[in-house]
Every structure is written in structure tokens, then in C-alpha cells.
Write a protein that binds this ligand. Sequence first.
Ligand code: ADP
Ligand code: MG
Length: 693
Amino acid sequence: MECTEVTVLKGVGSQLAEKLLKLGIRTIQDLLFHLPLRYLDRTRISPLGGLQLHSHVVIEGEIKASDVVFGRRRSLMCRLQDGTGTVTLRFFHFTHAQKQRLAPGVRLRCFGETRRGASGIELYHPECEILEQTNPLPLEQTLTPVYPITEGITQQRLRSLTQQALEMLNSGATNTHLTELIPETLRQRLQQPPLTEAIAYLHHPPKEASVDLLLRGEHPHQQRLAFEELLAHHLSLLRIRQRTQAEKAPVLSSNSEIQQRFLRQLPFQLTAAQSRVIGEVSADIARPRPMLRLVQGDVGSGKTVVAALAALQTVANGFQAAIMAPTEILAEQHRRNMTQWLQPLGVETAWLTGRQKAAERRRQLQAIANAAAQVVIGTHALFQEEVEFANLGLIIIDEQHRFGVHQRLSLRQKGTKSGLQPHQLIMTATPIPRTLAMSAYADLDFSAIDELPPGRTPVTTVAIAGERRGQVIERVRLACREGRQAYWVCTLIEESELLEAQAAEATAEELGKALPDLTVGLLHGRMKPQEKEAAMAAFKAAELDLLVATTVIEVGVDVPNASLMIIENPERLGLAQLHQLRGRVGRGASASHCVLLYSSPLSQQSRERIKAMRETNDGFVIAEKDLRLRGPGEVLGTRQTGAIQLKIADLQRDAHLLHSIKMCAHQLLRDYPQQADALIQRWLGHNEHYANV
Ligand code: ADP
Ligand code: MG
């Protein structure tokens, strides 16, 4: 049954099969796993006298009158009566035959939703069945499922197909059963119902089932499936990890002399947290197995130095290191840092972005291919097919939350020619709540830089309404007159780089006029790379007082003298993004401020976000709050990358399952590897990235 196609069902031809495919249903198993969104109770008849508004009800009665009325819209109105009261059925679309059938004296059973109409309680377009005295209609014995549907497939159609599939399941023929993949002993220990029982129950819950629990997704039978789905995801990540670890990686031994030379030329001392994480990474890459390590450190915690030292250790062993950043500005900044830190030690760097001129690009590609370049810095462009590394030993990905598991996997294809897999170091400033870390990053080891460099003063955050914009501008003037620098960040509702750029341009012009004694610069995503570079360099050199920018500066930009940030319309951004933006200030010794210049009225969610921003500078607290407000998909930034797509489970709701899932996953991999693979196939088989690893 796992792969029996739906076309074996009665009434399913190629056309219907195609529509089903739009719902992700190809096999009988898919159909059975296509679970109801909610349920209707058609198991009892409601007396007309006691109807409540806005409920789905089954009613019965006799038609007392049936008329076509010409109000604002022509409609057919039938008055239905039982011993207890009267309601109106209203049809805006009806055929002549329908009108004739719904004649006075006819007894009807109807199903529909009550609403307030011109004549009191009405049902618009209810489903109707005519009751014959001789042949009483049975009522439904179970709750009626309501499925997610698509154009061309009705609820009734889906219900009857599912019914057929369930009958096949119950018939017990060996080719039609649904394999139980969680081993019996484990299942019983976890007190989970069998799979087939859960599936059958969820398609047709008995009438006494708790609709409340079902709607919340907390019914034990739903939890059984959520458990299995999360287990499959976890297994897939562990499998990725297993396979990676079975491969060989270059041994990049640490060389304390070179390391000391590097550290001596730094203008600061490493924090204890930095030293510890560098030690972990250094030990990892000295082993012949590919490192897969996630380094998490709040904005400003100093992750770049960790990357530089890892790259240096790689180069010292005759291999290349690649550093990938999510934006050009950040890549440019890494390039500057790496060149500044590594060139004095004789390390050659190369540089690749999507916007380079052809000749320049060719030159860089050649240096990468012939090993002249030892550290290569760039954006996604690094991992295009034409980029050939001579001997890549280490891949560093900065600000990982923007890349999904897919991208992580595709990097492995950039392995060294010698058949060695490069080590991977992933750095993120987005604190990942524990539950998410476990389910989204179970394939990675984990280090935390849980300490900021000394001498930082926490950023004070205030929220000010847009009406007081003039005062905020004045505040910028005062701060800049004291020799400090400021960011003014423009945001937009639509994710349109063009509109955002235009808004920033207009704001820069406005502020330039309002602040004639200040030098105002502009930075947005539509500018040419050289222009961006020039703007950043001028700001860094304090030639600009105020930098008006779009959210392109969100990630990684580092100008310690900037101590004031205005964020316009912060209500348009998520918490994590606001926290990232704010991380651009508070990097120097002087007290820093962040002004959230909002437009009222604020929604409840925006108000909570702004409150959280004012209350804490702690990335972990922000992340937990963000998870609660937005849900896991958004927090991981996986909307774009599609890393976690859960059909049934909900990471927050089902977080309590994660502990047993972890235990179960390890036991499956050890004792039941085939079941483990079948589970991955069942839940993630449609996803080639997982299926092919
Ligand atoms: P992030 O973790 O956000 O990437 P960066 O690596 O950009 O942080 O570092 C932020 C700033 O702190 C940089 O100016 C960097 O030079 C500085 N820095 C890093 N480590 C230390 C340290 N141990 N002491 C003082 N300053 C440091
Ligand atoms: Mg950084």
C-alpha cells in the first residue's frame, strides 16, 4: 500500500489523479495521510427552536412555504418547520427542477451553517436530502471529516475516496496494509496506538470523540502521527550526519606557532568563550572525519576571529578555505577582515560575488582553481558549478539561518578532488531555541560563544511614535555633533528591493535637508557593488555622520563608532531581524541607543515585539519570544529554504515529544536501520534532498 497508486480506486482516472497530485496525493498511503483539517458533527439532529448562530447543524422539518423573492438578489426561500420552531433556507443559485422539488409539504433533512438573515436564522445553500416516510435516512455514526481540498475536488469526493482506501486497509490483504514502522516494544513503551488504528480514527472519529482535542491537534491519535513525522525528520538529519561522518576529510593539524603570530597582531585579546570555541573547532578539523559544527554567538560576540583562525589552520596544512556570507556587504566586510588579518601572514585571498565583471571573475576563478588563492570569500556565487577549488579543506558559512539543510548538503559536492570531504563550520547569530536546534540541526555539533568582548555597554532601546519624528531627527543631530555616528534604517512592508531602495533614497534626501550640517550617506541593495563599498568605507572612516540604509545592513556590518540607530516602522520586522539590526550599535565603548520609530496604531503582535526589544538585549530571550510569536518556520527562515515542512506535527505544540523522539531515533538507527530508512522515505520521500543523501 505504501506505493500503490490512487488510480486503483474506483472512479480515479488520470484527470482526477492529476488533481489529487496537487494535494500531494499520489499513492493510497498519501491519501490516508491526508488528514482532515477539522470535523463536523452530523451525528445528531438539532431542534429548530434551539439553533445557535454560526454553527454547523443537521436539521429536519417540513417545508411550509417556498417562494422566489426579488430582493437585492433574486433568491429561493423555503420556510422549514419542525415542532419546535422555524428557519429559512436560502438559495441564490437554483434550477427550476430544484425549486419544484422543494415544494411545500416535502420533508427535508438539511446540513449547513446557521447565520443571521433577513428573516431571522437562515441557512444559505444547505445540503438537502428529501425524507421519505417509508425509508428513514440513517444519521452519520462518526464525525464528518473536512479535508484540505483543491479546485475540482469536493469534500464528498475526497471522503468517498478515503472511505475506499480505509476499506482496503481494513480488508487485511497483505498488499494493502500500512506497515507499522515503529517497533512494537518501543511503541508500547511510548504508549502509542498502532498506526492503522490512528489513521482510521482520524478519518472517522466516533461521535463521542473530543472535537476540542482534535481541533487543537492534541488528540492521542494525532500525536501518534506527529510523533512519527518528527521522528522521521530527526532520523533524516541523523542519517545525514552518519553518512558525512563515514567519509574522509583532510587532517588539518593545528600549528601553534602560526596561531600565536595571528593572535599577536590582533588589536584585542580573545574572550574565554572565543578561545574555547576555537579550541573545539581546531580539534575537530585535525581529525580525518568531516567536521559539521554550528557556532552560535550573539551579534557582536566575535565570530569572525573564529572563522579566521580556522581558515588559517586550513591554509597552514596546504588546503583552501571558503567563507560564504549571505549578502555582498557582509562578504565584502569579511574580505576586508581576512585580508587585513591574514595577508601579513602571507595568505592569499580571492573574492567572488554574483556581480563581478567577466574578466575579473575569470581571474578569480583561475586563482581558485590553481590554488593561488588560499582563502576564498564570497556570496552564494561560491557554490556555482563553474567554481572549482583546487583542494578545498574547510567551508565556513556565516549567518547560517538564511541557508537551509539543502544548501548545506549541496556544499558537499564541492569536495576536494582527492576524494576528501571538506570540513564545515557554520556560524549564526540567531540563537536557536533548544527544541528547534534539536529538530533542525540534529546533524550538527554545537558550540556557543556565550560572552561578549569586554567594554561593551548594553544598547538602550526606546519606542517613539512617528508623530515625534522631528524630535528624533534633532536627537540624531545632537549625537553626531558630539562626534558619534548614526544609522537610519528604512523598512518596507513588501519584500521589494526596489521600493525599499526608493524609500531609503527619499529618506536620505529628506534627512539631508533637515540636517544641513551633517554628512548623510546612503546604502541599499540596488546600488552597484563599488558604490556600496564606497558608502561603507566612508561610514567606517567616519567621513559620514549618518548612514541611511535599508535592512541590507542587518547582518554583520561592523562600525564600532556608530552608537545610535533609528529603525523606522519597526513593526514591519520580526524580532530576530530587529535584534540583528540593533546589533549594529553597541559595538564600541560609548553608550548606545536604539530608537524604534513606529507608526500607530500597533497590532498586538507588534506591540509585544517592541516590548521585548525594550526589555532585553539577550539574543536567547529574544529567540524564545520570537518562536512563541511567529512559529518555527519563520524563526528558522525556512520559508525560503523549505528546510522543515511538517504536515501534521507542530514543533511548538509537540515539543514535549522531542525527548522520546531522540531516544527512539537512536534505538532505531542502532537496532532497526531498515525501519529508520522506511520512516524517512514515508515522510520525506517526496523531498529529493533528503531522499538522496
Ligand atoms: P559577530 O559575532 O557579530 O560576527 P564580529 O566578529 O563582527 O562579531 O565582531 C564584532 C566586533 O568585535 C569587531 O569589531 C571585532 O573586531 C570585535 N572583537 C571581536 N573579538 C573581540 C575581543 N575578544 N575583544 C574585543 N573586540 C573584539
Ligand atoms: Mg558576523
